[in-house]
Design a protein around this ligand. Structure first.
Ligand SMILES: [Zn+2]
Length: 103
């Protein structure tokens, strides 16, 4: 057993073999503190990406897909399929042009 005394940077309480201060609860391990900080930053980024609004066209079509009228739902399904088709097509063309320009 290696005993380690760590003085809390927040309240100057000396703690023995503890990760968190027994007095104020602050993290004593600097490495652990940094790790937790970087983890919370990653978590923040994930939350930010979740909050990004979806593509307007897709949002419009997705709303239409949940319409109460069957015929309107059908048209939206067709529109959504066409939209996806063109999205893939345009993506493919862009990839081809990029590849042609590069090579
Ligand atoms: Zn403390």
């Amino acid at each position: 057993m290696n005993k380690s005394y760590i003085k809390c940077s927040e309240c100057n309480t000396v703690n023995l073999n503890q990760e968190y201060c027994s007095n104020c609860g602050a993290i004593l391990d600097v490495v652990l503190k940094r790790k937790l900080e970087s983890e919370s930053k990653i978590q923040e980024k994930i939350e930010q990406q979740k909050n990004i609004k979806p593509n307007k066209v897709e949002a419009f079509l997705t709303n239409g897909l949940e319409h109460s009228n069957l015929i309107i739902r059908f048209f939206f399904k067709a529109g959504y399929a066409i939209w996806l088709f063109f999205a893939v097509l345009v993506g493919g063309i862009v990839a081809l042009v990029t590849a042609a320009a590069a090579g």
